[in-house]
Design a protein around this ligand. Structure first.
Ligand code: GDP
Length: 426
């Protein structure tokens, strides 16, 4: 059975924790999109880890971890993460890398940096991991597949051809030093040695696994609102964050994805620029940021303080719908225990009219939040295992949100650890 774990919002919903928790009963965990630009934070018996490239199953010995063809594969980052696990006594994970995955090249990272520099104040707030230049090249058909590393002839010819084009941009557009084809070829030969033990035809591997009725988890990065088609374009990421893309990003039929677990955080946070209707500011935001997540809401990759806001039913209903949600995992609920009252965004007012349908970016920029205020529960809910044992106001908060978004909240996370979870019947 294939399940997907994806985000409903701007990312950082706690997908890493939910995946790590579900990994206990999974055989295979596959990443299907994105790159090392975002990270998952996982807390377990080995400590606290921020993973950027490795799938979240790497802490379970029985799990095979796979990097699918849809991922922007940064080979040195992958290698570095593997080494850092070993350095902290995590047993070497089982890892496979798709022979069709494409490689983030050193010049993608440079182009990201140079472009942000050129844009100055108008920049996208990129994490400078080379993701946008990488996907641009993939669709411009000048990307490098892992499989190509193993054919020296093809590699040499292509490196020369691509360097010629990149150097025109480096010289005339950015006025930066040129790249040397021979140096790049040498780097790619090093990449080949790093990745060689893991390369695999992932689609064939998964077809066999499905026949053997293995449990396969597709692990998404970021969330619906960062999807290039359905998100807050242009403040989006460069690969699809939707469960539907999971089929493409690993090479399986779409109808094989039977369960779609969409992760929603009990309040909102976002990194980078772009519309964020339920955003809050000042002391109110600082307090939520400080208390949020596990040790504060700061980017797992960048350490940047996240923008904070109240739960947004409009964005989350849309986020769940576009994912094709079968189950909502509602996370970080414990953090809200300090509040007397909890505002929730239940509608957007745009040009004097209230809507609950998430609009396109031009309209979104004009939206003002319509808030409803629910009573807080004023206690610590960590450690509670049964839904019925949650304080009444806390259950009311969950049920109010469930009704607003229209998808069943079947899991409630009340702490960062694997065991901090409350299952609820549909
Ligand atoms: P991801 O990219 O979606 O995995 O999100 P993050 O890496 O930003 O994870 C969110 C943060 O919240 C991490 O620091 C997690 O350890 C933490 N976290 C996840 N679930 C919970 C929860 O239920 N309660 C608390 N307090 N922290 C949580």
């Amino acid at each position: 059975m294939v399940k997907a774990v994806v985000g409903a919002n701007w990312g950082d919903e706690g997908k890493g924790k939910i995946t790590d928790m579900l990994a206990k009963d999974a055989d295979i965990i596959v990443r299907f999109q994105g790159g090392a630009n975002a990270g998952h934070t996982i807390v377990n018996e080995y400590g606290k880890f921020a993973l950027h490239t490795l799938p979240s199953g790497v802490f379970h010995r029985h799990v095979t971890n796979i990097i699918g063809n849809g991922v922007a594969l940064n080979i040195p980052v992958l290698f570095h993460e593997l080494q850092s696990l070993a350095g902290r006594n995590v047993p070497m994970p089982k890892l496979l890398v798709s022979d069709r995955a494409q490689i983030v090249m050193p010049y993608h990272i440079l182009l990201d940096e140079y472009e942000e520099e050129r844009l100055g104040g108008k920049s996208f707030g990129s994490t400078k991991s080379g993701i946008a230049p990488f996907y641009s090249d993939k669709y411009a058909k000048i990307g490098f597949q892992v499989s190509e590393l193993f054919d020296d002839g093809i590699l040499k010819e292509k490196v020369e051809r691509v360097c010629e084009q990149k150097n025109i941009m480096f010289e005339h557009m950015y006025h930066k030093p040129l790249i040397s084809p021979s140096g790049l070829l040498e780097t790619l030969r090093e990449y080949r040695e790093m990745v060689k033990p893991y390369v695999c035809d992932v689609s064939v591997y998964l077809e066999k696994a499905m026949k053997e009725e293995k449990t396969i988890l597709l692990e998404g990065q970021l969330g619906t609102l960062k999807d290039p088609d359905h998100g807050i374009y242009p403040m989006v990421t460069s690969s699809s964050t939707l469960a539907a893309y999971g089929a493409i990003g690993v090479g399986i039929p779409p109808y094989e994805i039977k369960q779609i677990i969409t992760v929603c955080k009990a309040y909102s946070s976002a990194v980078g620029a772009g519309a964020f209707v339920s955003e809050i500011f000042g002391d109110e935001a600082d307090e939520l940021r400080r208390r949020g997540g596990d040790g504060g809401e700061y980017g797992a990759t960048t350490g940047r303080p996240r923008r904070m806001g109240w739960f947004d039913c409009v964005a989350s209903k849309y986020g769940c719908r576009l994912q094709g949600t079968t189950d909502v995992a509602f996370t970080v609920l414990d953090v809200l225990g300090y509040l007397d009252e909890i505002p929730v965004c239940v509608g957007y007012e745009i040009d004097g009219e209230v809507t609950t349908d998430f609009p396109v970016t031009v309209k979104l920029n004009k939206a003002k939040p319509v808030l409803e205020v629910l009573p807080g529960w004023k206690c610590d809910i960590r450690g509670i295992k049964e839904y019925e044992d949650l304080p009444e106001n806390c259950r009311n908060y969950v049920e109010f949100i469930e009704k607003q978004i229209g998808y069943p909240i079947t899991m409630i996370s009340n702490g960062p650890g694997r065991e901090d979870i409350i299952y609820r019947k549909k």
